[in-house]
Design a protein around this ligand. Structure first.
Ligand SMILES: C[S@@+](CC[C@H](N)C(=O)[O-])C[C@H]1O[C@@H](n2cnc3c(N)ncnc32)[C@H](O)[C@@H]1O
Length: 225
C-alpha cells in the first residue's frame, strides 16, 4: 500500500503514481489522502470517472488512515510539511513512520513549480535516514541553488554553524573546482563535484548511476540540525 499524502487541488500526482507503480507491481494499492474535504471529493470524482482498480481517495492526515489499519510501504508527502512550523516536523514524521511496514519509508519532499529542483528526506521506522537532492543539470547555476527548496526540517539550517550549511558550501566549492570539466558538459562537472564530496568524506550514498541523473543522497547525520 502506497499513500500520496496531501496531493493537493487535483489528484494528478496520485493518478500518475498509481500508473507508474502498477507497471512494476500490478496489484499495488495507491491511496490519495487529503485533509481538505473538497480536495477529497475532487479525487473521488476523478476516480469515479477513471474507474481504476487499486486507486482510492480519502480524508485524513499524518495518522494515515487505511482500511483495517493496514500498514503502508511508502508515504509520499510532497510540499505538505513546508506549510508547517519547524517544531511540528519531528512529531509528524514519527506519526507517519508509525504507520509503516518494517521496510517502509516516508518521503518528505519539496520541489519548485516545474520540478527542476527537488529535495526530500527519507524516513523509516527508526527516524530520518538521508537527504536526497534531484537537480535538472541543464540549467543548474550551482548545487547550492537547491537551498530555497529544502524540506522544512532543513530550510532554516543553511546558516553558519549548521551541518546543512557546511554541506552546501562544500558542494559549491567542489563545483567551482570542477569548472574545467564544464568544457565536456555539465554532467561531467556535476559528477566530478559529487566524487570530490565523496572523496572528502561526506557520506554520499548510492553511486554514479544516480549522480548522472542529477540525484545525490547524503546520510542524514551529515546534514542533521
Ligand atoms: C501545496 S499543496 C501540495 C500538493 C501536492 N502534493 C504538490 O506537491 O503539488 C499541500 C496540500 O497538503 C494538504 N495538507 C496539509 N496538511 C495536511 C495533512 N496533515 N494531511 C493531509 N494533507 C495535508 C493541503 O490541503 C494541500 O492540499
Amino acid at each position: 500500500m502506497v499513500v500520496d499524502l496531501g496531493y493537493g487541488a487535483t489528484p494528478v500526482t496520485t493518478v500518475e503514481l498509481h500508473d507508474r507503480l502498477r507497471r512494476v507491481s500490478p496489484t499495488v494499492e495507491v491511496i490519495g489522502i487529503e485533509i481538505d474535504p473538497a480536495r477529497v471529493a475532487a479525487g473521488q470524482a476523478v476516480q469515479r470517472a477513471l474507474g481504476r482498480s487499486g486507486l482510492s481517495f480519502r480524508r485524513g492526515g499524518f495518522e494515515i488512515p487505511t482500511d483495517g489499519g493496514v500498514p503502508v510501504t511508502v508515504v509520499r508527502a510532497f510540499n505538505v510539511l513546508r506549510q508547517y512550523d519547524e517544531s511540528a516536523i519531528a512529531s509528524a514524521w514519527a506519526r507517519m513512520a508509525s504507520r509503516l511496514t518494517p521496510d517502509g519509508i516516508v518521503v518528505d519532499g519539496t520541489c519548485d513549480e516545474l520540478g527542476r529542483i527537488s529535495t526530500w528526506v527519507t524516513i523509516d521506522r527508526t527516524g530520518p535516514v538521508s537527504l536526497t537532492s534531484s537537480l535538472r543539470l541543464r540549467d543548474l547555476p550551482t548545487p547550492g541553488a537547491l537551498a530555497p527548496r529544502l524540506p522544512k526540517a532543513l530550510i532554516h539550517r543553511n546558516v553558519p554553524g549548521e551541518r546543512m550549511y557546511d554541506y552546501l558550501r562544500a558542494w559549491d566549492t567542489a563545483w567551482t573546482y570542477a569548472a574545467p570539466l564544464a568544457a565536456y558538459g555539465v554532467r561531467h562537472r556535476f559528477l566530478e563535484s559529487v566524487r570530490s564530496l565523496d572523496a572528502d568524506g561526506w557520506p554520499i550514498l548510492g553511486g554514479p548511476s544516480r549522480w548522472r541523473l542529477g540525484e545525490v543522497t547524503v546520510a542524514w547525520e551529515a546534514v542533521a540540525p
